[in-house]
Design a protein around this ligand. Structure first.
Ligand code: CO8
Length: 265
């Protein structure tokens, strides 16, 4: 897929699309244009032209920031109604990332604060560099998180840790983020992180696309449901997996001791 956007750079290498948030002068803060460009990118991936894309990495330009939050300059004069619309736009973007049938990884270099961390949490999982810094500093501005952290942060790190981070506005380093389950892995350099993320994407791309999409949909649908309801969601999706071509291909190949050639159907 070849597309250009105002505030994000797209690098496509075969099936892997790497999105680089590119506003280094503002530490990649998420202006309305960045949100619009990311939203357009998701629409492009879902268009026929984007069919070749099998996984997505989102990262920030330079070494200093993934994204230092919503653009405070733009936000400063918003009315409550405008802020609600702004929040809605970004919430829809993160929902659309969660609803894509392919994996989306956040690769956090430097600051992932406020809306930056919320964007990262809208991805399937997060890799980070050792210099990464995470936090929800909205209380320092008299605000609260508005791009999903009150919902997703407790899912990832538990209610009490999420409350502590949100109430204090404290920034934590990569090692602590790893220890509390916010990030999956920490790397010495940005290149190491991006290489490892690309390898994980290749690993996933070698599996059944139908199964990966079903797993993503099911985990998303079951997240936050009471156990009994979540199990019903899983049961239905497990049943549906047996209606796919990939399930026949995968199970037959196993029994024949062959490598499966999945079709994604
Ligand atoms: N928005 C706009 N510009 C920013 C932002 C930002 N979030 N962060 C940094 N910048 C700009 C700075 O203004 C500065 O610009 P200039 O050179 O023109 O003065 C440039 O980036 C470099 O920043 P610093 O000089 O501050 O760099 P430091 O290394 O000294 O500090 C920090 C780095 C600690 C990251 C610091 O920049 C900082 O604290 N930034 C703000 C972090 C923050 O509070 N983020 C949360 C924003 S609120 C949010 O995300 C809420 C989301 C929910 C919204 C709900 C809907 C309304």
């Amino acid at each position: 897929m070849e597309k250009t956007y105002e505030t994000i750079q797209l690098e496509c290498l075969g099936e892997l699309a790497t999105v680089v948030i590119n506003r280094p002068e503002a530490l990649n803060a998420l202006s309305t244009q960045v949100v619009a460009d990311l939203t357009q990118f998701v629409a492009d991936v879902q268009s026929p032209e984007g069919a070749e894309v099998r996984s997505i990495l989102i990262t920030g330009s330079g070494e200093k920031a993934f994204a230092a939050g919503a653009d405070i300059r733009q936000m400063a004069d918003m009315t409550p109604a405008q802020a609600r619309d702004y929040s809605a736009g970004m919430q829809e973007l993160t929902r659309s990332l969660e609803q894509l049938a392919i994996p989306v990884m956040a690769c956090v270099n430097g600051f992932a604060l406020g809306g930056g961390l919320e964007l990262a949490m809208g991805c399937d999982f997060i890799y980070a560099t050792a210099n990464a810094k995470f936090g929800q500093p909205e209380v320092n501005l008299g605000l609260i998180p508005g791009f999903g952290a009150t919902v997703r942060l407790p899912h990832l790190v538990g209610l009490a840790r999420a409350k502590e981070l949100i109430y204090t506005g404290r920034t934590i380093g990569a090692e602590e983020a790893y220890r509390i389950g916010l990030v999956n892995a920490v790397f010495d350099s940005k290149d190491d992180m991006l290489d490892a993320a690309a390898a994980t994407c290749r690993e996933i791309a070698g599996k059944s696309p139908a199964a990966v999409a079903n797993a993503k949909r099911t985990v998303d649908a079951a997240a936050g449901l009471p156990t009994a309801e979540g199990l019903l969601v899983e049961r239905k999706a497990f049943g549906a997996a047996f209606g796919t071509e990939d399930a026949r291909i995968g199970t037959k190949a196993f029994l024949a001791k062959e490598k499966p050639e999945f079709t994604g159907k």
